[in-house]
Design a protein around this ligand. Sequence first.
Ligand code: FE
Ligand code: FE
Ligand code: MG
Length: 171
Amino acid sequence: MAKRGNSIIKGLEIDEIIQVLNKAYADEWLAYYQYFIEAKVIKGIMKDAAIAELTQHATDELRHADMLAERILQLGGTPLLNPKDWFAHTNCGYEEPTNFDVVSILNDSIKGEQCAISTYSQLADMTRDKDIVTYDLVSEILADEVEHEEDLQALYDDITEFVTDIKSSLS
Ligand code: FE
Ligand code: FE
Ligand code: MG
């Protein structure tokens, strides 16, 4: 464990930081798998655009898991070692896709991103002025999650508008 590196943390217990980072780590693995499997099972119009977005987000969530694991180790902690623990520690849970329609899949994913934004915003508030390194890390991830929500919402709006246009042209 980095002694000087950790000595600069002020007003927060390192164990508490490790614990919240492990919760976020569980979220990222579940988000990764959710995007991975959504990109496989998705059906419906403009699904190719959705698959491209979901696949890109899966890559980002896995990168977030990697960033969190590195920081947990740096702090002297251990990233969750068993996938069973992901469900015990997650903040945002897992939206099992039950309806494979593109609109439903995008809806599930938007919910997940909104939860991620709330989580990282809380972590930024918790670490601001106390643990600069973790603060920078969670801020960087937060910016990605904001972009994810925006990308999915834009796609959702395009698809629902397209569907509305088709329906009105048929009536
Ligand atoms: Fe993420
Ligand atoms: Fe995300
Ligand atoms: Mg994107």
